[in-house]
Ligand binder design. Sequence first.
Ligand code: SF4
Ligand code: SF4
Length: 411
Amino acid sequence: MAKECPEHGMLKSLICSDADFYRNAEKYNQTGKKYLIKRYATSKNLGCPWDCGLCAEHQQHTCVGLLEVSGRCDQNCPICYASSNMAGEEPTLEDLVNRLRFLSSCECENPSLVITGGEPTLRSDLVDLVAEAHKLGYANITLNSNGVNLARNPGLAYELSKAGLKELSLSFDSLNDDVYQFMRGSNLLSLKKKAIDAAKCAGLKISLSVTVVKGVNDLQIGHILDFAKKMRIDGLIFTPIAFVGRLRKEFLNPLHRITAPDIIRTIVEHTNREIHASDFIPVPCPDSHCSALTYTFNTGEHLIPLTRYCDVSEYLGAYGERPKHQDPMVAAALDKLWSMSATPGSEHVLDSIRCCCSASTNLIDNVMSIQVHSFQDAWNFDLKRCMKCCVHVVLDDKLIPFCVYNNLYRR
Ligand code: SF4
Ligand code: SF4
């Protein structure tokens, strides 16, 4: 991508290292489900991206609401997109419950909810907040966490689960403490493992969220995949690093960055082509360049992609030109699976998998999703993608697409 700024001149950024991958994603661009938006909180005034939101120009409803419950964090990571540290601010519980009510008032159905920060577990009332969200009808609640407090206080995972939390999304960049030192500022591996144990004991679903930096932890991708397989983790999410927040200059090279096909290629090679690049299907609810996803059956030894059982690309590709012989039940199930709102390992996901393939119960009980989600920064910022975003930060009276928030609205 090349763009010109009157102040800064020409900016160039690599947006995708594989032209075929990029072109193929175009086929999956689905028309947004705007009919699921109950009301727009703002109207068109200055034009995108200054009218968030959602304004009436926005092309997709909210699949995922991001509730930032704390600006505080105990880690001070050099790569933090939110620049969090212990000095951050914290909204009151009442403010947060009001934000949840506001979100409910904007959507026909409550979306999936991600409680994030800063580090949410620093709040002493986090269990109450989860209980309130559950009471308001939020069924899919995920907690983003660095895992430190959960490792030190495993009882917290149990309390959160009892209050209605369904999933822990744990930042997990490596199986090597040198990488944690470099990316997060301290040795975290043993705490991460303890947090996984705590979440498992509490009955939470677990996904590992891996921020990938070229030359720092890209060689860890295969090891993390093996670890997730062994630990029977429910979901893996790889995010190529976006140059936002407190990122140090040495990370910044927009022309020499890792992009989605690089991560997928590494997975293909690491699994000896047990997983193919074509098993990763673009997620059609946001712009189809934002994310690609596959579901695998984890036998403990092998990862067998769902796409061996069901022709997902035939169903989800070529929107508006779907062949007539499609089974509507399967089409509906795949729409639910290839959505940003799908919570890894949830009953919702497993039911949908049952609906679209004839795999044995044993396989369906051991599903692991693998997703690549490519957030945007100033260099690859693409308004077309922003206007179709379905992952929205929930403020008092506004919903703001996450990438727009990180680049333009975050204070
Ligand atoms: S990103 Fe969406 S909500 Fe924000 S101004 Fe653009 S169209 Fe409106
Ligand atoms: S958060 Fe960013 S990368 Fe994700 S769906 Fe929204 S625009 Fe796309």
